[in-house]
Design a protein around this ligand. Structure first.
Ligand SMILES: Cc1ncc(CN)c(N)n1
Length: 244
């Protein structure tokens, strides 16, 4: 087994190509290779202080308000990204998985945001008209460009990174007793329920299949999308946590 599949989070050296990985271990997964290529940003995103404060219930309300306002604009762009991916997905099964997630994002998750804004006294005009901060703008640019103008594989890599980071911290924080504030407790549950775990499992399988069929040059482009998303997840948490 290549060493990075044992501990992708602490990888410090540049991996060889995915082809080299497969030569060493035919069962090597393209999705694991993407995590390895993201280097230290993977652990920085999944273990960010902000995510631990959600689970500990120590989240300051102003930081969470900043987060929700920015994240509402992010998930709006994520919904558009899913639209592009549904259009580009090669099979009915893939289109069905992606559109089911799009339906969840625009119903259950949208409802979560609206109830949380109400509880935190954020007026509707504020969150509906909020201008994106610089990090969220970069996120949008990457998401919409890679899924809209790029290939299915590039857009899928962005979506996989975003959802896998959230599943990773969500499952960890779900082991703690839930915080009292419903908006913290529900945000953990949304990212730790079996349905979400199954969706991220499917995204990984899809990425593995698609990645296996790519040329080495295309794999490098996909790895760059995944890595850039990972770095932006860290910058996003930093910005809302520090209020910068
Ligand atoms: C920035 C960000 N990344 C990922 C997710 C999980 N959908 C999210 N809500 N926000």
């Amino acid at each position: 087994m290549p060493s990075h599949t044992k501990d992708a989070a602490v990888a410090v050296t540049q991996a060889a190509s995915f082809q080299d990985d497969q030569a060493q271990a035919p069962s090597a997964r393209f999705s694991d290779w993407l995590v390895f290529q993201a280097g230290s940003d993977w652990a920085a995103a999944t273990e960010h202080e902000f995510t631990k404060a959600i689970g500990d219930g120590t989240m300051p309300a102003p930081a969470y308000v900043r987060y929700l306002i920015e994240d509402y604009t992010f998930i709006t762009d994520l919904a558009s990204t899913l639209g592009y991916l549904v259009a580009k997905a090669p099979t009915m099964r893939s289109k069905a998985r992606l559109s089911a997630f799009l339906a969840l994002l625009t119903s259950e998750e949208n409802d979560y945001f609206e109830r949380s804004f109400a509880a935190l006294n954020v007026p509707e005009t504020t969150y509906r008209t909020a201008a994106q901060g610089p990090v969220t703008r970069q996120f949008s640019n990457l998401l919409l460009t890679s899924s809209g103008k790029g290939t299915y594989a590039e857009g899928l890599a962005c979506l996989l990174c975003a959802e896998w980071v959230y599943l990773t911290w969500g499952l960890r924080e779900a082991k703690k007793p839930r915080p009292e504030a419903f908006y913290l407790a529900e945000w953990i549950d949304l990212h730790a329920v079996p349905g979400f775990e199954s969706f991220v499992g499917w995204l990984r399988e899809e990425m593995d299949v698609v990645g296996n069929a790519l040329s080495e040059a295309e794999r490098q482009r996909v790895a760059q999308c995944f890595k850039d998303m990972c770095a932006l997840e860290v910058a996003f948490f930093d910005a809302v946590w520090e209020g910068s």
